[in-house]
Design a protein around this ligand. Structure first.
Ligand SMILES: Nc1ncnc2c1ncn2[C@@H]1O[C@H](COP(=O)(O)OP(=O)(O)O)[C@@H](O)[C@H]1O
Ligand SMILES: [Mg+2]
Length: 392
């Protein structure tokens, strides 16, 4: 049978007419057809990208696990917290055993660190400060771990906090590494300080036993010469110069290592040092000391060095007319203050630059004795240095 010639292809006009008739029959508008088509296109796109989404999510979870990190979302108004998978590992609980709400998290935070966590949250919620806080948690089995939390606050159009998003990372290894480094640094500083003290002691002994004795002997010989040769006028200024030199060296010896400190204690050593300081500087200085009998030799030396360095700074920088040194005790601590009425300085600025090595050295000494040292000062308002050392 001969083949029928195929129908000619419909013209565009035919197609449009047929489509319009169809639309009319089904009651569909052109617009709704368009919407159907859009929907279909979207479904196809999602279908195509779904595996990619899944891969990205898996990659993200692997990256979070590798970083010992979890992601959280806090619905502030509804007070609900959602965590990404693996949150239990971070809090040392079995899978599924972490209730996840804010109270469950809060109950694991190390009690001493709760105020810092709360104030970081308040600052983020109330003042839009970046939420970033590092704190300890106690796992149910007693382990202490360190967490670092970061977050941002999302607000509604009236500026009220709606949700918070963030991350929590276990940073225990890093924090412990830093602590070990700090301990090593402190131990090496302690060794340096003790070597420095030993060297000062040796120098002081040498100056005292050898040079001072030699000058005293020279002075005796000169005095005898003066007696046998009363006409030698040139001897008098030499004698005076030698006496001044002897006084200077004795002051140096006191500063290098005050022998009184070991023999008679801190109060006597301070008394002696301050009298010599007054004589040298001509400044008005007042010392108030309460009897302190529970200080170790190292603590006494530490406080003596703080007075020394602080008074050195008064002469060098303060332009003060009055200074007060005060040593008091409380049942648990000894308190030392050195206060001047000089020009003062911007403490934060100085401590954040390398300029404050003297101040930092003082603080290091005090911290080595498990104490604290604070500087209270402002330009034009004098300076107060306060050291507090614990005593038994
Ligand atoms: N009593 C003081 N009065 C005014 N400024 C002071 C006083 N003590 C310290 N400063 C300021 O702090 C800075 C740092 O002091 P310090 O660390 O002892 O270093 P240095 O004495 O070598 O400058 C000083 O340069 C000075 O500006
Ligand atoms: Mg100084």
């Amino acid at each position: 049978m001969p083949l029928m010639p195929p129908d000619p292809p419909p013209s565009l006009r035919d197609l449009l007419q047929r489509a319009e008739a169809l639309l009319h029959e089904t009651g569909l508008s052109k617009l709704s057809l368009q919407a159907e088509a859009e929907g279909l296109r979207y479904d196809i796109a999602v279908e195509r990208t779904q595996p990619a989404f899944k891969t990205t999510e898996m990659d993200l979870q692997a990256a979070l696990d590798a970083a010992h990190m979890t992601v959280w979302e806090w619905d502030v108004a509804g007070d609900k917290v959602r965590w990404s998978a693996g949150v239990e590992k971070l809090f040392g609980v079995a899978p599924g055993a972490f209730p996840g709400d804010f109270d469950a998290y809060r109950s694991l935070v190390f009690p001493d660190d709760l105020p810092a966590v709360q104030s970081a949250l308040d600052a983020a919620l109330e003042h839009n400060a970046p939420y970033s806080v590092e704190h300890r948690i106690r796992w149910p089995d007693g382990h202490i771990r360190w967490l670092h939390c970061h977050g941002i606050v999302l607000r509604d159009d009236r500026g009220r906090p709606r949700r918070m998003f963030g991350t929590v990372a276990d940073v225990t290894e890093r924090v412990r590494g830093e602590q070990a480094l700090r301990d090593r640094l402190a131990a090496s500083n302690a060794r340096l300080l003790s070597a420095q003290e030993e060297e000062r002691r040796r120098l002081a002994r040498e100056l005292h036993d050898h040079h001072c004795q030699q000058i005293v002997s020279l002075l005796l010989q000169l005095e005898m010469l003066r007696k046998t040769h009363p006409h030698l006028d040139a001897l008098s200024p030499i004698v005076q110069d030698l006496k001044d030199l002897l006084q200077d060296i004795r002051y140096l010896v006191q500063g290098l290592h005050p022998p009184l400190l070991e023999r008679q204690g801190l109060a006597a050593a301070l008394q002696h040092h301050i009298e010599a300081w007054r004589a040298r500087t001509g400044l008005s200085i007042r010392l108030t000391v309460a009897p302190v009998d529970r200080l170790s030799a190292d603590q006494a030396l530490c406080l003596f060095r703080v007075v020394q360095e602080a008074l050195h700074n008064v002469v060098k920088h303060a332009e003060a007319s009055e200074v007060a040194v005060d040593l008091r005790t409380t049942p648990t601590a000894v308190l030392l203050t050195i206060q001047d009425n000089g020009r003062g300085f911007d403490v934060d600025r100085v401590l954040s630059t390398a300029a404050g090595l003297g101040l930092l050295g003082m603080r290091e000494r005090v911290e080595q004795q498990r104490g604290t040292l604070t500087f209270t000062s402002a330009p034009g308002h004098g300076t107060t240095v306060t050291a507090r050392l614990p005593i038994n």
